[in-house]
Write a protein that binds this ligand. Structure first.
Ligand SMILES: Cc1ncc(COP(=O)(O)O)c(C=O)c1O
Length: 405
């Protein structure tokens, strides 16, 4: 056999995979190496700032380790975790639970579900803007992210007419992220009801990503989609990363609901994939029942602190020329629109290089063509946010003066 070219070439399926949230970090790291000061407004990880995992959750993990629980667990998770997840779902009004599976973060559940459901060439309706993991996984499996728009003029509510227009005979599922990353918007119950109706009409599996459902800044908490969907197949994702301030624990879960006859084939495939990866880390699973059944007081504290930080950022941004943002009601992001920039990617890169402030360009989340945004996290303490807003305001001002001179 002739010797092949020795270069180890990546698989074609990886070519389209993009994840702007981490891509911008690589540029920030390069600046840090040069000794520059960098202010991170880009990381959706509360631990990076002044939040900590509640101590009773840490104790529970420690106890699992002391008890020697370091063997494999069942693929769907240890009994105590599965029971706690089921009981909490029922408290939220979710019925018809057929399957609960503990996963390595919601991310693993999302990847398993898309892999188990979608064939190459098929598509999934994606909220746009929305969290980019879905698009990255779809690209990897040769499937297509079919964007539907959130309406910025209507507090970023999903545009149901747009969803109806975008469904086609290759559409398999619809993703709803509620509260949404990056907009921090909470979809109202009437809109969710219309989405469920469309899913019913077109036989779509509903992906309900509710990872931020306990991080509430104002108004009513989001209604679980599975509660509205009832007998219609739905897979709900949640976990400890955001509401329980433990993203590095990598503990998430998926809950499959709806008429079991309607989703049995998918659920079998999902669990087959889950068994193939053996199990989530066993001692970490002890954190789940501790979190869901233990003291919840950190939630009110976190929401109160985030609300102050949100009010600060929103008022500072809305005072800048050419910037405007819808007030987020949940999660910990704002997604202001930038009027005076050729591209938000260039804007974010210039801002980083000139001021050291790291944001994520709207392009990384998808957005209506012609619009430009930045995602800013609300997690840093007020002094850091104020300092970053000063730098952003000076940067914007300088650009405007350069344009008009
Ligand atoms: C909407 C959304 N879904 C899922 C995830 C991933 O969560 P996990 O850390 O549980 O994998 C994130 C993380 O930022 C997110 O914003």
């Amino acid at each position: 056999m002739e010797a092949r070219n020795s270069a180890i070439v990546a698989a074609e399926r990886t070519r389209g995979v993009k994840y702007a949230i981490r891509d911008i970090v690589m540029m920030a790291d390069a600046l840090k190496k040069q000794g520059r000061e960098v202010v991170h407004l880009n990381i959706g990880d509360p631990i990076t700032y002044d939040f900590a995992t509640p101590p009773h959750i840490i104790d529970a993990i420690y106890q699992e380790l002391l008890n020697g629980n370091t063997g494999y667990s069942p693929s769907h998770g240890i009994a105590a975790a599965v029971q706690a997840i089921g009981q909490e779902a029922e408290r939220k009004g979710i019925v018809n639970i057929s399957q609960i599976c503990v996963t390595h973060g919601a991310s693993e559940g999302i990847e398993l579900a898309l892999t188990a459901l979608v064939n190459p060439g098929e598509n999934v309706l994606m909220p746009t803007p929305g969290y980019p993991l879905y698009t990255a996984v779809l690209s990897k499996i040769g499937a297509i992210a079919n964007p539907y728009y959130l309406d910025e003029g209507n507090e970023w509510q999903p545009d149901v007419a747009d969803i109806a227009n975008k469904v086609n005979d290759k559409t398999r599922a619809i993703v709803v992220i509620n509260p949404n990353n990056p907009t921090g918007s909470i979809a109202d119950e009437a809109t969710l009801g219309q989405i469920v109706e469309l899913a019913r009409q077109h036989g779509l599996l509903i992906f309900a990503d509710e990872i931020y459902d306990k991080i509430l800044l104002e108004g009513k908490p989001p209604t679980p989609l599975a509660k509205i969907a009832q007998d219609h197949p739905c897979i709900t994702f949640n976990g400890l990363s955001k509401s329980y301030i433990g993203p590095g624990l990598r503990m998430g879960w998926a809950i499959i609901t709806g008429d079991p006859k309607a989703h049995a084939d998918f659920t079998d495939a999902f669990m087959k994939m889950a068994r193939a990866r053996l199990c989530p880390t066993t001692p970490m699973q002890g954190a789940i029942s501790a979190a869901l059944q233990g003291d919840q007081s950190h939630l009110a504290d976190m929401s109160a602190r985030l609300k102050t930080r949100r009010d600060l950022v929103v008022s500072r941004i809305n005072a800048m020329d050419g910037f405007q943002c819808v007030v987020p009601k949940g999660a910990f992001y704002v997604f202001p629109t930038i009027q005076d920039a050729a591209s938000d990617w260039d804007f974010a890169v210039d801002l980083l290089e000139e001021t050291g402030v790291v944001t994520v360009p709207g392009t990384g989340f998808g957005q209506r063509p012609g619009t430009k945004h930045l995602r800013i996290v609300l997690l840093p303490p007020e002094d850091v946010l104020n300092q970053a807003m000063d730098k952003l305001a000076a940067f914007v001002d300088k650009r405007r003066r350069a344009e008009t001179s």
